[in-house]
Design a protein around this ligand. Structure first.
Ligand SMILES: Cc1cc2nc3c(=O)[nH]c(=O)nc-3n(C[C@H](O)[C@H](O)[C@H](O)COP(=O)(O)O)c2cc1C
Length: 222
């Protein structure tokens, strides 16, 4: 299998890390790769904040815990003891800030895996940076107050086996039906057959064409 495809498919969230810091070289590679993430119009508004100070990570972990929507134990560490914490922020004044920031996060976790560093995407950054404390941190870090929290990435060398991925949901288009539509459209007039076929295909996806297993095609299946 192509190495990049293999890497994308074998990455899993890692939630237990070795008691050692990741190398500067690995960190640099991960961060630099993150800057190559696609952003709308190549705006590159997202910023990646790197935190390795153990006290600061501890403090931010306790802070993150306060944003869980349910009651959680006081000793729960949402950052899983990781020694490197990345926080991705994006400029709320850019219309695609959420998409751009998520794009960076996705590249970061995959880049980490590619160099043998375990990672996990951690939530609640949006709530954090909506709060007064969040605004103060932005000021402290010299980041404009228009920046919004996208997410965190915890990094470390894995101290656990990568879990098996959940079975993938499948988008199954009823092949026979599509073939029939194609043949039919071709029979009407070969010239417009391809365009007609594409329109039908687009429409059938939009109207949640029932798959061969009679499961509706929904967005979450894509
Ligand atoms: C938007 C988003 C938020 C997430 N937040 C958390 C989180 O707060 N804590 C956590 O342990 N994992 C979090 N994850 C990781 C998911 O739980 C994980 O990706 C999912 O269970 C699939 O597992 P895999 O990453 O091993 O394939 C988050 C993932 C995404 C995309």
């Amino acid at each position: 299998m192509n190495e990049t495809i293999e890497n994308l498919k074998s990455r899993r969230s890692i939630r237990k890390f070795k008691d050692e810091q990741i190398s500067d070289e690995d960190l640099k590679t991960i961060l630099e790769t993150g800057t190559y993430a696609p952003t709308a119009r190549g705006m590159q508004s997202p910023k990646i904040v790197v935190i390795q100070n153990p006290e600061t990570i501890k403090e931010l972990s306790a802070w993150n815990r306060t944003f869980f929507p349910v009651e959680v134990p006081d000793d729960l560490d949402p950052f899983y003891g990781a020694k490197t914490l990345l926080i991705v922020l994006a400029d709320g004044e850019v219309p695609t800030w959420k998409e751009d920031g998520s794009s960076v996060l996705t590249v970061l976790v995959n880049a980490a895996h590619a160099v043998g560093v375990g990672s996990c995407w951690i939530h609640r950054a949006y709530d954090e940076f909506q709060s007064e404390k969040g605004k103060e941190l932005l000021k402290e870090w010299g980041i404009p107050e228009t920046y919004e929290g996208i997410g965190h990435v915890v990094l470390g060398y894995p101290d656990m086996e990568a879990p098996e991925p959940l079975p993938r949901k499948k988008k199954e288009i009823k092949d026979e039906l599509i073939l029939l539509i194609y043949i039919f459209s071709g029979a009407v007039t070969p010239k417009i057959s391809k365009a007609f076929f594409i329109v039908i295909l687009a429409l059938s996806t939009k109207i949640n064409l029932v798959s061969s297993k009679s499961e509706p095609i929904t967005c979450s299946d894509l």
